[in-house]
Design a protein around this ligand. Structure first.
Ligand SMILES: *Cc1c(COP(=O)(O)O)cnc(C)c1O
Length: 713
C-alpha cells in the first residue's frame, strides 16, 4: 500500500506513533490519527478543512499541527467529531485518497526505491507546523519534495531537526525588529524517532571539532517521500554538540560549520544506516557540501583526486547565490579544527580538502568556500533561473580556467512552485470546473491551462474577490493585535481593521528584508502616498524578516514605521509580523499585485511571485531572476533589469518607474469596469498570466527538468 523502503527506515515507527495517538481518541477518529502522520493531508483538497472542523479554535492555537490538535483538543470536541457522520465520511474519503496516492507505481525509468535520489538541504518549508525553515530556500525544498512525491519518484530528503527553528519576529512601536526563539517539542510533531529492533533510537556518529557527535534520526513523511532529520539532542553529547541542531544558520562560524558537517557527512552515514544507497546525491546549496567528503571516503586508497572523481559521478549541486559575498567561507583554521577528526577517520589530507574549497587553490590566504568545494565535488551543477545561470557561469568561470563562460558546467533549472500547496480553494474549484478534475496532476502541460481563456469574467472575478476578501478578513483580525502588541494606541490599532476593503486593489510585498530587495523604493517618496487615498484606494500589505545582524535592513523597516502619522498609512498599509509559510499563503492567495524590486542581478530566482500567479495575482517586478524569462507584456508588468554600477541612479530610476506604472497603468486598469462592475481588461491580463506562466513555473516542470537535465533519469 505504500512504496517500499528498507524495513529499518522508520515507517513502522511512524505507524506505531499513529496507533499510539489513535488510542487517545474515540475509536471512530483513528483515521484522523493516521492521516496526521503524513503531510499529504496538507495538499489534499479538503485536507486542512477536515482537521479544522474537529475544533476550529484549537486548530488555530495548535498552529495547524494535526498531531497537536488530536493530542490537545478537549474531550467534548473529539466526541462531537466522533458522532459527526459527515466528518467521518470526509475522513474516510481522505484516507482512501491517500492510500491510493501512496500506492501508485513508481515512475517508469527510475531506479529502485533503495537507490533513490537523496536530496540534502539545511532547511525544509513543508508546512507552517514544522518550523525548520527560514525562507525561500526552505520553501523551494518543501515544494520540490512534494512534487517528487506527486511524481512517484524514488526520493528521500535529508535535513536537521532544529529544536528552536528559525527566529520569530516581533516589532516594537518604532518598527525596530526583535528576535526570539520558541522551542519545538518533537513529540508533538508528525514525526517519529527511527528505532532499532530492541527499541533504542538508531544513531550515527560523526567526529566534529574534537567530539564524537551522536545524532538520532526523526522521520517525517511528506506524501511518498520520507524526510529524515538528524538531531544532536542526545545524552551522550556535551551541551555544545547538542547546540548544533538548536537553531537554523547559527552565526558563529565554528557552530555553523559543525551544522554543515552533521548535515552532509552525518546525512550520508544516516542514509547508509537506514539501508539506502542513493544513486544521486543532490546538494541543495553549499550547506550540504561535505556529503561529498563522506562519499569519497570509501575510495581514498587512490588519493583524493581519484576518490573525488569516483564520488563526483553521483553528486549534483544546485547553487542559489548570485552574489560572491553570499557564498559562505570559513578560515582554514576553523575548517581544520572542525574537520580534523574526520580527516583522520577517512584517511584524507586536510590541505587537499581546503584546496578544493578555494577559487585559487594555491592562494594560502584564501579562505575555504563551501560553494567552490561543492562545485568541484559534483558532476554537474545548476543555477535556479536562466539569468542566474549566466551570472553563475561567469562568477565561477575561474574554477575552469581552460573553459569559456558558456562552457562552464553550470546549467540552470528554473525554480517552480508546488501548485496544489499554494493555490487557494476558490481558484482551485474554478480551475477544476474548467480544466478538469485532474488538472493539478497535469500542471506541467501547457495544454492543461488552455481552457483558462474561456473562463467567463464573472466566475473568475468572483473567485478573485473571494480570495481577496479572505485575506482582508485575516488582516482585519491580525493587524489590531500585531499593533497593540507593539504598543500602538487602540485608535491606531483599529485603523486598518476599519480601512481594509475586500474590493480595493490589494498590493503585496513580502520577502526577506535584505537591502538589495529594495522595499525602500515602494515607500520612500511621501508624495506617492497619494495613491493610498485617492478616489480609487489602494491597500498595501508588507511582511518579511531582516537577518538578525542586518541593522541596515532593520533601520529600513523602521523608516516604514516613521510614516505612521500619515492617516492613510494607518488605514491602508499593514505590516504583518513574523512572515512564515502560513502568512505567505494568505498573501499570495489574496493580493492582486505582487511586487518584487531586487537590485539586478542579485535575485537568483524568487518564487513568491509564482505563487501569486497561480492564484490570479499579477506580478510587477524588475526583470531579474525568474521574471527575466517569464515576462512577455501580456500579464504583469516589468521594470528594467540592466545592471547599473551607479546604484543611486538606478534606485531613483526604478522608484520613478514603479510609481508611474502603479499610478498610470495598474490603478486605472483595476478601476475600469464594465456595466456589471467587472474589470474586464484586468481579467484579460489575469488569464494571460495564469495560462502562460502556470505550467512553466510549476514544480512539476521543475522536477521534470531535474530528472532529465541533472539526474539523467
Ligand atoms: C515563497 C516563500 C519565500 C520566497 O519568496 P521570494 O519570492 O523568493 O522572496 C520566502 N519565504 C516564504 C515563507 C515563502 O513562502
Amino acid at each position: 500500500m505504500t512504496p517500499t523502503d528498507p524495513p529499518g527506515a522508520g515507517r513502522a515507527d511512524l505507524e506505531h506513533a499513529a496507533r499510539e495517538l489513535a488510542k487517545l481518541l474515540p475509536p471512530p477518529l483513528a483515521a484522523l490519527a493516521r492521516l496526521a502522520f503524513n503531510y499529504r493531508w496538507s495538499w489534499l483538497p479538503g485536507g486542512p478543512a477536515l482537521f479544522e472542523s474537529v475544533d476550529p479554535g484549537r486548530w488555530a492555537l495548535c498552529g495547524h499541527n494535526p498531531v497537536r490538535l488530536l493530542q490537545e483538543a478537549p474531550a467534548e470536541s473529539l466526541e462531537r467529531a466522533a458522532r459527526d457522520d459527515t466528518l467521518l465520511a470526509r475522513a474516510a474519503a481522505a484516507e482512501n485518497s491517500v492510500i491510493s496516492y501512496l500506492g501508485r507505481p513508481a515512475l517508469a525509468g527510475t531506479p529502485p526505491p533503495e537507490r533513490p535520489a537523496a536530496f540534502f538541504c539545511a532547511e525544509y518549508g513543508v508546512h507552517e507546523s514544522l518550523p525548520i525553515y527560514s525562507g525561500g530556500l526552505g520553501a523551494l525544498a518543501g515544494d520540490l519534495v512534494k512534487q517528487a512525491s506527486d511524481d512517484a519518484m524514488p526520493f528521500v530528503a535529508v535535513g536537521l531537526l532544529y529544536r528552536q527553528g528559525y527566529f520569530r519576529q516581533r516589532l516594537d512601536a518604532s518598527g525596530w525588529q526583535h528576535e526570539y526563539w520558541t522551542p519545538t517539542d518533537p513529540d508533538r510533531l508528525p514525526a517519529a524517532l527511527v528505532r532499532v529492533p530492541d527499541g533504542r533510537p538508531l544513531t550515527i556518529t560523526v567526529p566534529i571539532a574534537g567530539t564524537d557527535v551522536v545524532a538520532q534520526i526523526w522521520r517525517v513523511d511528506v506524501g511518498r517521500v520520507p524526510l529524515f532529520l538528524l538531531d544532536a539532542e542526545r545524552p551522550e553529547n556535551p551541551p555544545a554538540a547538542r547546540w548544533i541542531t538548536s537553531r537554523l544558520y547559527i552565526s558563529d562560524p565554528e557552530i555553523r560549520l559543525a551544522q554543515y558537517v552533521l548535515l552532509g557527512v552525518g546525512g550520508v552515514r544516516m542514509l547508509h544506516a537506514l539501508g539506502f544507497d542513493p544513486s544521486v546525491v543532490h546538494l541543495n546549496e553549499g550547506h550540504a557540501a561535505f556529503a561529498a567528503l563522506e562519499l569519497i571516503g570509501a575510495h581514498v586508497g587512490g588519493g583524493l583526486e581519484g576518490a573525488l572523481a569516483a564520488g563526483r559521478q553521483r553528486t549534483v549541486f544546485t547553487t542559489h547565490t548570485p552574489v560572491p559575498a553570499g557564498n559562505d567561507t570559513y578560515s582554514v583554521d576553523t575548517v581544520h579544527h572542525v574537520l580534523g577528526g574526520l580527516y583522520a577517520e577517512l584517511g584524507i589530507d586536510g590541505e587537499a580538502v581546503v584546496r578544493l574549497g578555494r577559487s585559487h587553490p594555491d592562494e594560502s590566504a584564501e579562505p575555504f568556500g563551501v560553494t567552490q568545494f561543492a562545485l568541484r565535488a559534483s558532476r554537474i551543477a545548476n543555477a535556479v533561473s536562466r539569468r542566474h545561470g549566466e551570472v553563475a557561469r561567469s562568477m565561477w568561470q575561474h574554477l575552469w580556467p581552460e573553459l569559456p563562460d558558456e562552457q562552464v558546467p553550470i546549467r540552470h533549472v528554473t525554480n517552480g512552485v508546488h501548485v496544489p500547496s499554494w493555490v487557494g480553494v476558490p481558484i482551485a474549484r474554478l480551475l477544476e470546473r474548467h480544466l478538469g478534475s485532474d488538472w493539478m496532476a497535469r500542471a506541467a502541460d501547457p495544454a492543461t491551462w488552455e481552457p483558462i481563456s474561456a473562463i467567463p469574467d464573472a466566475e473568475l472575478w468572483a473567485a478573485r474577490r473571494e480570495q481577496r476578501a479572505e485575506l482582508v478578513d485575516y488582516v482585519r483580525e491580525r493587524s489590531p493585535s500585531d499593533r497593540l502588541g507593539r504598543g500602538d494606541s487602540p485608535g491606531f490599532a483599529a485603523a486598518a481593521a476599519r480601512g481594509f476593503d475586500p474590493d480595493a486593489l490589494t498590493i503585496g510585498f513580502a520577502r526577506r528584508l535584505a537591502t538589495y530587495k529594495r522595499l525602500r523604493l515602494l515607500i520612500e517618496e511621501p508624495e506617492n502616498l497619494r495613491l493610498l487615498d485617492g478616489d480609487r484606494p489602494v491597500q498595501v500589505i508588507i511582511a518579511g524578516k531582516a537577518h538578525p545582524r542586518d541593522d541596515d535592513a532593520k533601520r529600513l523597516l523602521q523608516s516604514l514605521f516613521a510614516l505612521k502619522d500619515h492617516p492613510a498609512v494607518g488605514r491602508r498599509v499593514v505590516f504583518l509580523d513574523d512572515y512564515d509559510l502560513e502568512s505567505a499563503g494568505r498573501l499570495v492567495r489574496g493580493c492582486d499585485v505582487w511586487i518584487n524590486l531586487p537590485r539586478p542581478p542579485l535575485e537568483a530566482s524568487g518564487t513568491s511571485g509564482m505563487k501569486s500567479v497561480v492564484n490570479g495575482g499579477l506580478h510587477l517586478s524588475v526583470l531579474d531572476g525568474w521574471w527575466a524569462e517569464a515576462f512577455d507584456g501580456s500579464g504583469g508588468w516589468a521594470l528594467s533589469g540592466d545592471v547599473d554600477a551607479d546604484e543611486r541612479a538606478q534606485d531613483a530610476r526604478h522608484g520613478a518607474e514603479l510609481h508611474r506604472v502603479l499610478a498610470d497603468e495598474i490603478v486605472p486598469l483595476f478601476a475600469e469596469r464594465d456595466e456589471h462592475g467587472i474589470p474586464t481588461g484586468w481579467l484579460a491580463r489575469v488569464r494571460n498570466s495564469m495560462r502562460g506562466l502556470g505550467p512553466a513555473f510549476s514544480a512539476a516542470r521543475m522536477l521534470a527538468d531535474y530528472r532529465s537535465d541533472i539526474y539523467g533519469w
